[in-house]
Ligand binder design. Structure first.
Ligand code: GDP
Ligand code: IMO
Ligand code: MG
Length: 431
């Protein structure tokens, strides 16, 4: 049975956790393919609120196996702490696994993240400071430490790898950042302790996932971040350091493109982003603040206020095409309930010309003038609707307009954080 990908269509925090939790009720396995503890996926259930950083949101369904794939970088203390918060609430043994090929975020990675952000000054990316970028830098530079290295019990090889990884870092710490160097032996000891703690969960994840697909299991891939934070196609350099795209999700989960038949793009009914970088439809006024408060737009991982703005249909259409999205889950429609009127960014203008897609240069992206279309608001509470037909006509018109602009059917609509606050639609409403 082919796999289903769940991807962020904007700048992250679209509600991927909630959509994954919803679909996991009928899935056998959820795989996390990318990112690290930079992600924060919140799921509100009858048993309280769960905030996931590394563990797939499928863990809340007892029948569902959860796997962290090779494309993720794992900070062992963060993962162990997250598992600790779940212990007693969910069964982990025998249904939670991590890839032996996943890279390790070592304690020097968050330090490098912090020092490098400080060094950039006004050009800082606004990262989550979780060490994501430096860990993936080491991976690409072929000097990373992997989970397999921690659990192998081969101290000599691990010492050698740590020596290689730390040689340049200690030079940077001393001479570029003016910081104390890291002791390799201390790192070795920590790495060995982590290896012992994580060993029960470590498997060859790609083989496990492939076996599940071959056995006809229903596999979901829950990506982190969002397409506009992609290293290649996002607002570079204000991006993350892995690929939150369909291609990146396949790579990180160990799934081939021919093994996927559903690509669900998750979009908010408006736009948010955390950290620096261009945001043409940003609202810096009281409407932006109202959306922030109604949507509780404060980061799950860092607590930072999220920047808010109107729905950006140019970026959304770009993301839908790039990822071959087959359907869309539109979340947080309820947040717009009190608005008199709602705008949609339907075009970008740069130097008097209309662009059909985001420009490559961030300097250009920062200068684009959004072209807006305005629709009437519905000024009605939508949180208790149980069918799409119960939504006010203006809300249905807004959904239909977004669908037409993006060019992909909207099949799920979120009207609140709770599990039951989701409306399903099978027939597309493409204009
Ligand atoms: P993710 O990173 O894509 O999983 O998204 P986050 O969990 O970081 O942020 C989404 C937030 O919106 C979470 O607090 C969810 O509980 C909440 N949420 C998800 N869907 C809806 C919805 O339809 N309406 C409202 N009001 N909140 C939602
Ligand atoms: P989820 O999975 C929103 C952003 C950071 C920063 C940039 C680079 O919850 O949607 P990084 O720490 O990755 O080097 O930071 O990417 N960012 C996210 N923004 N949601 C996320 O994850 C994010 N993960 C990273 O704010 O702008
Ligand atoms: Mg999030």
């Amino acid at each position: 049975m082919p796999a289903t990908l769940i991807l962020g269509g904007q700048w992250g925090d679209e509600g991927k956790g909630k959509i994954t939790d919803t679909l996991a009720a009928q899935a056998d396995m959820v795989v996390r393919p990318n990112g690290s503890a930079n992600a924060g996926h919140t799921v509100a259930t009858e048993d309280g609120i769960f905030k996931f950083h590394l563990v797939p949101a499928g863990i809340l369904h007892p029948h569902c196996i959860c796997v962290i794939g090779a494309g993720v970088a794992i900070s062992p203390p963060d993962l162990l702490a997250e598992l600790e918060t779940l212990r007693g609430r969910v069964q982990l043994q025998g249904r939670f696994f991590i890839s032996d090929r996943a890279h390790v975020i070592m304690p020097y990675h968050p330090l490098l993240d912090q020092y490098e952000e400080a060094r950039r000054g006004s050009s800082a990316v606004g990262t989550t400071l979780r060490g994501n970028g430096p860990a993936f830098t080491d991976k690409v530079a072929r000097r990373g430490i992997r989970i397999a290295d921690l659990v192998a019990g081969d101290a000599a090889s691990l010492r050698e790898k740590l020596g290689l990884a730390l040689a340049d870092k200690n030079t940077l710490f001393r001479h570029l950042y003016g910081a104390p160097p890291i002791d390799p032996e201390g790192m070795l000891e920590l790495a060995q302790q982590w290896g012992q703690a994580l060993a029960p969960y470590v498997i060859s994840a790609e083989t496990y996932v492939q076996d599940a697909l071959n056995a006809g299991k229903r596999v979901l891939v829950e990506a982190a971040q969002g397409c506009m934070l992609d290293l290649d196609y996002g607002t570079y350099p204000y991006v993350t350091s892995t690929s939150p795209t369909a291609a990146g999700a396949c790579q990180g989960a160990g799934v081939g493109p021919t093994q996927v038949d559903r690509v669900i793009g998750v979009f908010k009914a408006y736009t948010t982003r955390v950290g620096a970088g261009p945001f043409p439809s940003e609202l810096l006024d009281e409407i932006g603040q109202l959306i922030r408060e109604r949507g509780h737009e404060y980061g799950t991982t860092t607590g930072r206020p999220r920047r808010t703005g109107w729905f950006d249909a140019v970026a959304a259409r770009y993301a839908a095409r790039l990822n071959g999205m087959t359907e869309i889950a539109l979340t947080k429609l309820d947040v717009l309930d009190p608005l008199e009127e709602i705008r949609i960014c339907v075009g970008y203008q740069l130097d008097g010309k209309e662009l059909i897609a985001p420009p490559a240069r961030v300097e250009d992206y920062a200068c684009v003038e959004p072209i807006y279309e305005t629709m009437p608001g519905w000024k009605t509470d939508t949180a208790d609707a149980t069918t799409i037909e119960q939504l006010p006509a203006a809300a249905q018109a807004y959904i239909a307009r977004l669908e037409a602009l993006i060019g992909v059917p909207i099949t799920m609509i979120g009207i609140g954080p709770q599990r039951k606050q989701i409306l399903w639609r099978t027939a597309p409403m493409l204009a």
